[in-house]
Design a protein around this ligand. Structure first.
Ligand SMILES: NC(=O)c1ccc[n+]([C@@H]2O[C@H](COP(=O)([O-])OP(=O)(O)OC[C@H]3O[C@@H](n4cnc5c(N)ncnc54)[C@H](OP(=O)(O)O)[C@@H]3O)[C@@H](O)[C@H]2O)c1
Length: 213
């Protein structure tokens, strides 16, 4: 599959490498400066399966787009893709802001980043996923044989199994978390991981997992 990843930073770079290496997918990084040294180094590291192009070029070459920009750049990034009607968009962003108490969510309760992205990505099918754990866990989601959990929320029931398979290929235990409006809960859940990791001393090398009877 051809996967377009908008952004080639911590999350984008990690996901691109993992999908290329674990599942053999072709990766198109859509970035503002495809010739940048750091992006070219990433592409060389991944190998023949990866290339870097502009966001609009990248969007044209695939039906799966993964948004991995910081939240303040998300709207501009989506708009730079042109018409993406009919495409699948995986939104991994969290609407973070920095206030007097440290990092927190800029929005929540009545709207989510996932729903905002759907509003900008007219006619696309937006899924909220890959936002509730650190990028290091996206490279290696299995802890002592236990898969860590990741959620997929989205309204498009036809394409949801395809998205779940794509995320499962990274090695996660994938849970269907219902409609896209549940991104409000997933972004709050992400904030818990971030707060525990960065402000409460847990560090980044842990993840949530599901146990059941
Ligand atoms: N870090 C984590 O562990 C983690 C985990 C889950 C979710 N998230 C979420 O994932 C998102 C990315 O986090 P990150 O840590 O990967 O950030 P990052 O390392 O700063 O990478 C962000 C990437 O987005 C690119 N970018 C910015 N504006 C763009 C635009 N308009 N078009 C195309 N590319 C653009 C940047 O490229 P330039 O070099 O051109 O600026 C950079 O490659 C955030 O929303 C974050 O909340 C992060």
């Amino acid at each position: 599959m051809k996967i377009v990843i908008i952004g080639a930073g911590n999350v984008g770079g990690t996901l691109g490498a993992a999908w290329a290496q674990k599942a053999g997918h072709e990766i198109f990084f859509g970035v503002r400066d495809p010739a940048a040294d750091k992006t070219q180094a990433l592409v060389r590291k991944i190998g023949a399966k990866a290339r870097a192009v502009t966001p609009a070029e990248a969007a044209a070459s695939s039906d799966v787009i993964v948004l991995t920009t910081p939240w303040p750049q998300a709207e501009a990034a989506i708009r730079s893709l042109g018409n993406i009607s009919g495409k699948i968009v995986l939104d991994a962003t969290n609407p973070l802001t920095r206030g007097p108490d440290g990092i927190s969510l800029e929005i929540g309760h009545s709207i989510s980043a996932g729903e905002k992205v759907q509003g900008w990505a007219k006619g696309a099918s937006v899924f909220k996923t890959l936002n509730t754990t650190g990028f290091g866990n996206m490279a290696d989601p299995v802890f002592h044989g236990v898969k860590s959990v990741i959620f997929v929320a989205g309204d498009d029931a036809t394409n949801k199994p395809k998205v779940i398979d794509l995320v499962a290929a990274l090695g996660f235990d994938v849970v269907d978390a219902g409609p896209l409006r549940n991104a409000r809960m997933l972004e709050a859940h992400a904030m818990l991981w971030i707060d525990l990791s960065l402000a409460r001393g847990l560090g980044r090398d842990w993840a949530f997992a599901r146990v059941k009877r």
